[in-house]
Design a protein around this ligand. Structure first.
Ligand SMILES: Nc1nc2c([nH]c(=O)n2[C@H]2C[C@H](O)[C@@H](COP(=O)(O)OP(=O)(O)OP(=O)(O)O)O2)c(=O)[nH]1
Length: 143
């Protein structure tokens, strides 16, 4: 082992009808990343963590039904040098509006297949968004 500390989080992929993915930027951070965060001792499971974090960060209501586990990914942590982030990632549906609050300063939607040179955390740029870009987008709005 190389002595790096692991930060375990649960992260969300929320897509709009065009397949764009919601990203957030924390106060003081330069890069965009997925909404989500660390588990609390009181959380029942990953989806409970995610629903709590999404409500805190964006004021939205997540639906546990229909959540789809995308995978477990890791990368150097965006905001904590010397740490590795390990994320359980779920695609979920949530009712907006999505409004930046708490420690979140910005919200945007990105096309996972056309990121350009936007500053995006490595976990998202190298793992999560490529995995999402490879998946089919639902064509029925109510899917
Ligand atoms: N939430 C989230 N964190 C990420 C992503 N990519 C990435 O490198 N990280 C890093 C940023 C932080 O260094 C760490 C997660 O900490 P966090 O600050 O989001 O978690 P949290 O809200 O529960 O933390 P805290 O404020 O209670 O300390 O993982 C990502 O896509 N989503």
């Amino acid at each position: 082992m190389n002595g790096e500390k692991i930060i375990r989080i649960v992260a969300a992929v929320i897509r709009d009808v065009q397949g764009r993915v919601l990203m957030v930027r924390k106060r003081g951070a330069e890069v965009w990343q997925q909404p989500g965060g660390k588990r609390d001792a009181d959380d029942r499971n990953d989806l409970h963590t995610l629903a709590r974090e999404l409500h805190e960060e964006l004021g939205c209501t997540m639906h546990e039904e229909g959540a789809r586990w995308i995978g477990r990914f890791s990368a150097p942590a965006a905001n904590e040098p010397g740490h590795v982030v390990e994320a359980e990632v779920y695609e979920v549906k949530a009712d907006g509006p999505f409004v930046a609050q708490a420690e979140i300063e910005g919200v945007c939607w990105v096309d996972p297949a056309a990121l350009g040179d936007m500053p995006i955390a490595r976990l998202s740029r190298e793992s999560i968004l490529p995995a999402v870009a490879a998946t089919h987008v639902a064509t029925h709005p109510q899917d």
